[in-house]
Design a protein around this ligand. Structure first.
Ligand SMILES: Nc1ncnc2c1ncn2[C@@H]1O[C@H](COP(=O)(O)OP(=O)(O)OP(=O)(O)O)[C@@H](O)[C@H]1O
Length: 224
């Protein structure tokens, strides 16, 4: 499902030359249907790993294979189709403020050309699932932080991605909302989606025991 083989990553410096390596010699495999925590202090490289998992970047060295596709061999024009099979939940919500809750979640389906009758049926079910039935016409600013985050999760899973990647999805939420968000992610996992969640919280992984990859200085320092 996800395979990193001796991956190194360096961002370009302001002159376009490779800067220092922020990921080094990273190798691991995540099986289909697995749930994985990605742990490590700020700057350890968690977001960079997730950006590789979203096919938003290619590694400087080594290979990243996503859903059976090695990024080194993927053509640029094939990447959008691959990215559509990967759901992402970011630190910042990135909801579109001028659209209603309903239209934010409907957007990925409408962009994919899904019939409006299917959109209606799928979204009605999703709004129930995230506990936002009755708030479909609100704009993001009229929802609480926890509600907005659940909306982001609905938007990430509405296309039924094979892989769901979440970067600090609970960092701005209180403990109750954080647990609720995690419950949605683990429910997706129980239904077969491969899930990866980056966090620097120690509390959440203790609550949802699963494999944990720990990064420090761009290297894998623990896997268990
Ligand atoms: N676009 C970029 N250009 C240059 N360097 C970057 C870029 N993005 C991240 N870095 C550097 O890469 C290293 C790893 O950053 P990354 O964001 O992956 O870590 P992180 O573990 O997700 O941190 P945090 O928990 O603070 O989000 C850091 O030293 C950071 O400064």
């Amino acid at each position: 499902m996800v395979r990193f083989s001796r991956v190194a990553l360096a961002y370009p410096d302001p002159r376009g030359r490779p800067g220092p390596a922020v990921l080094r010699d990273l190798s691991f495999t995540l099986g289909e249907g697995s749930f994985t925590w990605l742990l490590g202090p700020s700057g350890a490289g968690k977001t960079s790993v997730l950006r590789l998992m979203q096919a938003a970047l290619r590694p400087t060295e080594g290979e990243v294979e996503l859903l059976g596709i090695p990024l080194s061999r993927a053509r640029r024009r094939d990447l959008p189709a691959l990215r559509r099979r990967i759901g992402t939940v970011h630190q910042e919500f990135r909801l579109l403020s001028h659209l209603t809750a309903w239209d934010n979640v409907a957007l990925p389906l409408r962009l994919a050309g899904v019939a409006e009758s299917t959109v209606r049926a799928d979204l009605a079910e999703l709004f129930d699932w995230i506990g936002l039935a009755g708030k479909e016409e609100r704009r993001p600013e009229e929802l609480s932080g926890g509600e907005q985050q659940r909306l982001v999760i609905a938007r990430a899973v509405v296309t039924r991605p094979a892989l769901l990647v979440a970067d600090e999805p609970t960092s701005d939420l209180d403990a109750r909302q954080a647990r609720r968000t995690l419950a949605l992610l683990s429910e997706m996992n129980r239904q077969g989606t491969t899930v990866v969640v980056a966090t620097h919280s120690e509390d959440l992984p203790a609550r949802y025991p699963a494999r944990a990859l720990a990064l420090e200085g761009g290297r894998l320092v623990a896997d268990g």
